[in-house]
Design a protein around this ligand. Structure first.
Ligand code: NAD
Length: 291
């Protein structure tokens, strides 16, 4: 397949390199001039997408995605598919899909989980919104870049799945961290706390697979001085998207709202930026009730 890849950052560069290594012809473009192994760089986004069967975007946010889409859609080959793998707001994903439909193009929103490690190893999970036809065209590419692609329904549903999942993750991580800090103050040893909760009804991915307490449970960023991992500011981005979507849909999400405010404060007013999102544990540890 002839593939264009726009946005060769931390995630995009290894994803594009995996497609090239699998034998596809990949032309890339990034405003920062970054490149990826096996990928031919184009001078502009328009040059990159000309003649491409599938155009993949991996960009920072919805405004940039909208701007890039407005730029490239008029130059894409009839019947080609725009496959956006960025994490963006649901409305931007749906607006870009409408723009594509009006131009006779397919569109998929396919945000990922798995982080930079998953992007390099080709083991990402894709949550996909869009038509069956577009999904079928993109399936072989999902197979190269990832281990699983779930077709979640119409355009925007991939983003909806991603932000709902990450809202649960943010909330459960905070709950796990505040419970550890409470256990400390009650004199309960962390390994005992892990032993009980990881096999009781308080268990979750945050506790069992990504335990925020160093030296307890499986190896996680807590064991590496809370170096990310999944940075607190990326969690804040996803929580904000969840609240933006909840406002638009008139959904009541009090826990999501509280988690957003806690991560906002952690990242913007405290020392959370650049630390793993599980560093909420030392944060709670250092605080007392009423702080
Ligand atoms: P990044 O900032 O490393 O990469 C984004 C790239 O887009 C940059 O290289 C930037 O120069 C480029 N870019 C910006 N504007 C552009 C434009 N107009 N045209 C062309 N290129 C442009 O970010 P990343 O970590 O690769 O993340 C990309 C997306 O994936 C984000 O939406 C992020 O939320 C999502 N995501 C990231 C992770 C992660 O662990 N890093 C995990 C899951 C999802």
């Amino acid at each position: 397949m002839q593939i264009a890849f726009i946005g060769l950052g931390n995630m995009g560069a290894p994803m594009a390199a995996n497609l090239a290594a699998a034998g596809h012809s990949v032309t890339g473009f990034d405003v920062a001039g970054t490149t990826a192994t096996g990928v031919t760089n184009a001078a502009t986004a328009v040059e990159a997408v000309t003649g491409a069967d599938v155009v993949i975007t991996m960009l920072p946010n919805g405004d940039i995605l909208r701007a890039v889409a407005a730029d490239i859609v008029p130059h894409m080959k009839p019947g080609a598919v725009l496959l956006d793998c960025s994490t963006v707001d649901v409305s931007s994903a749906r607006a870009v899909a409408e723009l594509c439909a009006a131009a006779g193009l397919g569109a998929l929103d396919a945000p990922v989980s798995g982080g930079i490690g998953g992007a390099s190893a080709g083991t990402l999970t894709f949550m996909v919104g869009g038509s069956d036809d577009a999904f079928t065209i993109a399936q072989p590419l999902f197979d190269i870049m990832g281990q699983k692609a779930v077709h979640c329904g119409a355009s925007g549903n991939g983003q909806a799945a991603k932000i709902c999942n990450n809202m649960i993750l943010g909330v459960t991580m905070i709950a796990t961290c505040e419970a550890f800090a409470l256990a400390d103050k009650l004199g309960l040893a962390r390994d005992k706390m892990f032993d009980v909760v990881s096999t009781s009804s308080g268990y979750s991915w945050s506790m069992n697979a990504y335990c925020p307490a160093p030296g307890v449970g499986p190896t996680s960023p807590a064991d590496n001085d809370y170096k990310p991992g999944f940075a607190a500011e990326l969690m804040l981005k996803d929580l904000r998207l969840s609240q933006q979507a909840a406002e638009a849909a008139h959904a009541d999400t009090p826990m999501g709202q509280a988690a957003t405010e806690l991560y906002r404060s952690f990242v913007e007013d405290e020392d959370g930026r650049g630390r793993d999102f599980s560093a909420m544990l030392p944060r709670f540890e250092a605080r007392t009730r009423g702080d």
